[in-house]
Design a protein around this ligand. Structure first.
Ligand code: GTP
Ligand code: MG
Ligand code: ZN
Ligand code: ZN
Length: 417
């Protein structure tokens, strides 16, 4: 990857509860198998009032008070979260029960794990945004699978799920349905509809290139298009917090939902003209500006990769003159493969320039203006499926095109070597 100064001592933002964590004030977990139970019985026998706060009603289990509160459970009630392992609420580095050193670090607010290396590399929260039906969920499903393959074979890295709930959610909601059953994904539920919808997919990426390995933590949020239609709605479902904390935004635009393109393109199953890409991006800008107190004249400091989705439909042979105005011809830079195993800045710059012109013609200059209010921006075109599905199944499976491009660009901004 291109050389870029690596920022050290990043703030660690907990991807589960969005708290900025002070790394000098974290909690630990002891992996000793009996310490939690011993803690509970010690507290009961010594009648230590402070410790009793963390013991279940029946006196048998240690209670995770913090996690209970974060998940909306009464820590004194019957469904308080039970701590399977003893929690140490100070930075002494030792378990107060078994006296052994402790290594597993957790967020002091929600007690989810802080990965090793977090204080050096920080973590990156990437959000995938865009109006309803633009292809966010299919993009995420395919991106993660593609990154696993691309990253390992090209960049000497490994992408692993950070926890069991990520493994399960990715497999059950995305991978199984799309790659094994070869069926299209369902529309995403609103962020407010269930606690489950709040939890991002979290992955660790370890890059072994160079002398010192780099570790990145990624949190992917799959948002529901309907949650982005108004700033009020975004505030209501608390989307504003994580959008503003993001290290990178992938903003997806469905070309078929753009009026100018929709009117000229001849494909099966064409969706209708959709919510304006400009309006939704404008809402996102407002939310970020309010949250980060960025003045109107200043640029937004989160890199944005604006990506046209479903690019497969724009690669066809034109049926007439009008249609050729909205298609990518044979000479398009999108046909030039990026150089593998390194960050191919030239290839991305060519695509960026071609797409900027395409977007100016088809979506309009106001949209470009808005994109330019981000300090760093680049245009991409991706296809998650590689074909235009006519029914609810994909008999020939998926053949993704360029889905990793926006992400490689964002990673390069984040100092991936
Ligand atoms: N031709 C083509 N169609 C696609 C592609 N990806 C998605 N689609 C179509 O677009 C529809 C919507 O995709 P989703 O991924 O569900 O869109 P979304 O943005 O997650 O939608 P919401 O969750 O409702 O906001 C799918 O059902 C597919 O029919 C692609 O790469 N190519
Ligand atoms: Mg979706
Ligand atoms: Zn212990
Ligand atoms: Zn947390």
């Amino acid at each position: 990857m291109a050389k870029k100064e690596v920022q050290t001592k990043k703030d660690y933002v907990c991807p589960y509860c969005f708290t900025k964590v002070d790394m000098n004030n974290i909690h630990y977990i002891c992996t000793g198998p009996t310490c939690a139970k011993t803690f509970a019985s010690n507290a009961i026998s010594s009648r230590n009032e402070k410790e009793m706060m963390y013991v279940s009603k029946n006196g048998v289990n240690e209670i995770d008070r913090e996690k209970s509160l974060v998940y909306g459970k009464d820590p004194y009630g019957p469904d308080a979260v039970i701590a399977k392992q003893h929690i140490i609420r100070n930075s002494s580095g030792y378990c107060d029960i078994c006296r052994r050193p402790v290594y597993v670090r957790v967020c002091p607010t929600c007690h989810n794990m802080i990965p090793p290396g977090a204080e050096e590399e920080g973590n990156r929260i990437f959000v995938i945004l865009g109006p309803k039906g633009v292809g966010k969920s299919h993009y995420i499903a395919v991106l993660i699978n593609q990154l696993k393959n691309v990253i390992s074979s090209e960049f000497h890295g490994v992408l692993n799920a950070a926890n069991d709930s990520t493994t399960i959610k990715y497999r059950d909601v995305y991978y199984h349905r799309l790659f094994e059953e070869k069926r299209k994904l369902q529309p995403t539920l609103s962020f407010g509809s269930s606690a489950d919808a709040h939890e991002p997919l979290i992955f660790f990426l370890r890059i072994l290139n160079g002398d010192k390995p780099q570790v990145f933590t990624f949190a992917f949020f799959d948002t529901a298009g309907e949650d982005l239609v108004s700033t009020n709605r975004m505030m209501q479902v608390n989307l504003n917090a994580f959008i503003s904390l993001a290290s990178g935004i992938v903003y997806l635009v469905d070309p078929m939902q753009v009026k100018y393109i929709n009117q000229r393109l001849h494909v099966d199953n064409k969706p209708g003209v959709g919510a304006s890409a400009t309006d939704v991006l404008n809402n996102i800008c407002q939310i970020i500006r309010n949250n980060k107190k960025i003045k109107g004249k200043d640029k937004i400091d989160i890199p944005i990769a604006v990506s046209l989705t479903k690019s497969d439909v724009l690669m066809k042979v034109p049926e007439n003159e009008e249609e050729s105005k909205v298609l990518f011809g044979l000479g398009s830079s999108l046909h030039i493969p990026r150089e593998h195993g390194k960050y191919d800045a030239e290839n991305f710059e060519q695509i960026d320039a071609e797409l900027e012109e395409y977007i100016r013609r088809t979506i309009g200059p106001e949209f470009l203006q808005l994109v330019r209010s981000f300090k760093e921006h680049s245009f991409f075109a991706v296809s998650a499926l590689g074909c235009n599905p006519t029914g609810s199944t994909l008999p020939r499976g998926v053949s993704p095109q360029r889905v990793e491009d926006p992400f490689l660009w964002l990673l390069n901004r984040e100092g991936m070597r």
